[in-house]
Design a protein around this ligand. Structure first.
Ligand code: MSP
Length: 533
């Protein structure tokens, strides 16, 4: 699965999160992964637009606001700021924050609705069925648990609805969608999700309702303001609104003029149907091209159990960052979970992984190498390049193809495999020092061998820091500083202009300036929480 990118532009999105409550770890997970991919693309010199934002309309939000006794807009504003705060704490570099209550979005939704109406795809009919307000979705009776509870929100009962709604003619797009899926086998990823969608579509698509009469909190249907537009019809268009420049007039033409189509929508598996079936059909109806890829990731569990407020085992992302720092949290979730599969959070495993990979393997490697350079090279980096290191040098051999291998894994969204490849070089570097014992060579007066060894290790640390920088930008910054390379991985302009990918992603491509920075631990060992140890 190569991420299609013909024109060095890359647009990627997280879902637009519901603002019924402050962000939870599930929203943080999708956003971290999306940020890692965005940073990886920027590292390669690609012009990136990362979109995130909030989905603010509908009955779920209306009810959350009323239970707090505040008006819905005020409620949304409060919760939105907690999302923005969390993204700042997690060091997320988003380019656009799309809010579905923004005036520009209203104009886009109206224009789009009109287009779909003009295609003859909207009609009035009677809607009867079971509705889960938390999912904002009608459910088939067979999808519900006993006594009518929702299978996703198992503490909530679906509610009976019988009302007049506007419908979208999804059934009309059955064949067109099936043809599209078969001519674009990479459109839905991973494979298991694609199969899920294909079998659902094969079962026959039914039209779905796109308006509500009992919900005030939404945009009115243009020609019939008794109805408000269904929250999902409105929310998916938030991706389009996000493409507008801040001062641009909100028209579809403007929104679609530069960044469309979106390269990848990263979402959780529970909202796959909306993105992989409804959304493409809506776009077909409006005569627009389709996004290039939908990736549906798995769900997070805690200590092997489904996370949920009712089970009292939620994980607060704010508390986690406060305790362990942003890089640690980013690293754990991106490296320890096979992206696409469900993944578990367990605090003992969290602490052990970070201590093993970042404090021991990577941190000690840098520390001991800088220590030896101080002792054996008067604190000056060996004046060598990769070309002067013999081809049989083990680190040169591993490092030689690492940039390509890791690039491939990132572009396949195999983040865990990319990390393992990089850790392979880090672990081999520690072993290489132990086995080549530069301290003995130094005693024997073999200065040039010592310098070759230390250059090879230093360059391996640098390359590892570079390739891991999308996950752990702060730690990579510390490493680059200590290696005497004054570059900031959080500075997008510098990343684009001063860190040429072809040079920094290659082993041996860097010649160190002699003055190294001050040695300082890059990651302090974490302690296990008392009740977990
Ligand atoms: N508002 C819609 C999305 C509209 S996009 C145009 C929505 N919002 S949500 O806030 O409920 O969910 C956002 C994302 O969080 C979804 O991708 C969902 O899969 C994800 N997660 C919610 N709980 C999760 C876990 N426990 N684990 C991982 N992700 C989960 O749906």
């Amino acid at each position: 699965m190569n991420l299609p990118n013909p024109d060095k532009k890359f647009v990627l999105t997280t879902p637009l999160y519901y603002v019924n409550d402050i962000p939870h770890i599930g929203s943080a997970y999708t956003t971290m992964v999306t940020d890692v991919l965005a940073r990886w693309q920027r590292l390669q010199g690609v012009s990136v637009l990362m979109i995130t934002g909030t989905d603010e309309h509908g009955q779920k939000i209306e009810r959350s606001a009323s239970s707090k006794g505040v008006n819905p807009q005020e409620h949304c504003d409060q919760i939105v700021s907690s999302f923005q705060k969390l993204w700042e704490l997690l060091n997320i570099q988003y380019d656009r924050f799309s809010r579905t209550t923004s005036p520009g979005h209203h104009a886009i939704v109206n224009e789009f609705f009109q287009r779909v109406y003009d295609s003859g795809d909207i009609y009035l009919d009677r809607q009867q069925g079971w509705y889960c307000v938390a999912c904002e979705e009608f459910k088939e009776e067979r999808e519900l648990l006993t006594h009518g509870y929702c299978s996703i929100h198992s503490n909530l009962k679906a509610e009976w609805r019988d009302e007049e709604n506007y419908f979208f003619r999804l059934s009309k797009y059955q064949t067109q969608l099936e043809e599209f899926y078969s001519s674009h086998p990479d459109f839905i990823c991973p494979e298991s999700r694609r199969n899920e969608v294909l079998s659902f579509v094969k079962g026959g698509l039914q039209d779905f309702s796109i308006s509500r009469v009992n919900v005030q909190w939404g945009f009115p249907v243009p020609a019939d303001p008794k109805h408000t537009i269904y929250v999902w019809f409105d929310a998916l268009l938030g991706y389009v609104t996000a493409l507008l420049e801040p001062d641009q007039e909100p028209t579809l033409e403007n929104a679609l003029s530069h960044w469309w189509p979106i390269n990848i929508h990263i979402i959780g598996k529970d909202i796959l149907r909306f993105h992989a079936i409804y959304w493409p059909a809506m776009l077909m109806s409006a005569g627009l091209s389709l996004p290039r890829k939908i990736f549906g990731h798995g769900f997070l569990t805690k200590d092997g159990r489904k996370m949920g407020k009712s089970s009292g085992n939620t994980l607060d992302p704010f508390a986690l960052i406060d305790r362990y720092g942003a890089d640690a949290v980013r690293y754990y979730f991106v490296k320890e979970i096979d992206f696409g599969q469900d993944g578990d959070f367990n605090e003992t495993r969290f602490v052990n992984t970070l201590n093993a990979d970042l404090a021991n393997d990577l941190g000690n490697l840098l520390n001991r190498t800088l220590g030896m350079i101080k002792k054996y090279c008067q604190g000056q980096a060996p004046r060598l390049t990769g070309q002067e290191i013999p081809d049989h040098n083990r680190l040169k051999q591993i490092g030689k193809n690492l940039g390509e291998k890791v690039t491939h894994q990132y572009s396949e969204l195999h983040f865990n495999v990319a990390c393992e490849e990089i850790l392979g070089l880090i672990r081999s570097s520690n072993k290489f020092i132990d086995e080549s014992a530069p301290w003995s060579l130094f005693k024997q007066g073999q200065q040039s061998e010592v310098e070759q060894i230390l250059y090879a290790v230093l360059e391996s640390v640098r390359l590892s820091a570079y390739l891991l920088s999308p996950l752990i930008p702060q730690i990579s910054n510390k490493i680059y500083q200590q290696l005497g390379i004054p570059l900031d991985f959080n500075d997008q302009t510098a990343v684009n202009q001063k860190l040429p990918f072809h040079q920094h992603s290659q082993w041996g491509g860097y010649q160190f300036v002699q003055e190294l920075g001050q040695a300082d631990p890059i990651f302090i060992r974490l302690e296990l929480p008392i009740n977990d140890s």
